[in-house]
Ligand binder design. Structure first.
Ligand SMILES: [Zn+2]
Length: 298
């Protein structure tokens, strides 16, 4: 550990299951125009100020999760990948180092569960050289996500730019990198012991969240139902530029956050600030995430 590094792993328990958020880092950039389609810069700055965050700046955090359940070590989403470390000057692509700091090697991962096919979730499936990052792991992906992104006709019809590039990236990762050796799962399926897939469409067509249950305790692993909760839990009606079907994403967000607040269920969020978990309460016109307290033993 150098004076630059702050530990990027964490651990807590849900019943008998160990949950380990492992940071892939965070990317900060000047607040772009159009980040939120239906909120002004002044409104976004007011939300940032409310959350004690700097104005005119956006920080996106990336936190894959390792769970140890039923004798298996399961990774949910993978981060931006080793190759992103150099390109981002070390801001992201930190998952591998933080995994090692947590005492795990890539060989220890038995199963990788992917929530959706954006690069910040799938690129970590490959090393910087393009080889499988988790050689002993089975990789499973949402059936609906596969059907959408691996459809060549849809790829040809997609507009140039970010949309088309994501189709190409899916082929780079899954076909070139993994040789299409992935299994498809459906919604409402037990994908690992105690881990159930939940359809959460809108961010992408096959976007999937998860409920982890053990010994009468539950955790909702929300994937990208919201990005940074300071903006999108507080304002569930705001439409992030990365949500492919903004109206459907908003409906998913409202339904999910209403459930989390009513059930008082703990939530883990891929784009929450590290360690990326807490509890949801209703607040003003939206919701507020209350970070879960640190515990020395789990
Ligand atoms: Zn994401």
């Amino acid at each position: 550990v150098t004076d630059k590094d702050i530990p990027g792993f964490y651990r807590y328990a849900i019943g008998d299951v160990q949950v380990m958020p492992i940071s892939d880092g965070a990317m900060s950039f000047p607040l772009p125009d159009g980040l939120v389609a239906n909120a002004s810069r002044a409104e976004i700055n007011a939300a940032l100020r409310t959350a004690f965050l700097p104005e005119d700046k956006m920080t996106i955090h990336f936190t894959p999760v390792v769970i140890r359940t039923g004798g298996k070590t399961v990774l949910i989403d993978t981060g931006n990948g080793q190759a992103a470390f150099t390109g981002s000057k070390g801001a992201v692509g930190r998952f591998g180092k933080n995994l090692a700091d947590a005492g795990l090697s890539p060989d220890a991962i038995d199963l990788v569960v992917i929530s959706h096919f954006h690069g910040d979730h799938v690129n970590g499936l490959l090393t910087a050289e393009g080889a499988p990052m988790f050689p002993k792991a089975e990789v499973i992906v949402p059936e609906k996500e596969w059907a959408f992104w691996m459809d060549d006709a849809r790829m040809s019809a997609a507009p140039e730019g970010r949309a088309r590039e994501n189709f190409a990236n899916c082929r780079r990762v899954f076909t070139t990198g993994l040789g299409d050796k992935v299994r498809h799962y459906t919604w409402d399926e037990e994908v690992a012991p105690g881990l159930r897939s939940v359809g959460a469409p809108g961010h992408t067509p096959g976007h999937t969240a998860f409920v982890l249950s053990s010994a009468a305790k539950s955790l909702f692993i929300q994937s990208d139902v919201t990005n940074n909760p300071a903006l999108f839990a507080a304002h569930p009606g705001w439409h992030l530029m990365f949500d492919m079907d903004a109206a459907q994403a908003e409906a998913t967000r409202r339904k999910t956050y209403d459930m989390l607040a009513t059930e008082r269920m703990r939530v883990q969020g891929f784009h929450y600030p590290f360690p990326a978990n807490g509890f949801v309460e209703k607040h003003a016109d939206g919701y507020r995430v209350v970070p879960a307290p640190w515990l020395s033993e789990v």
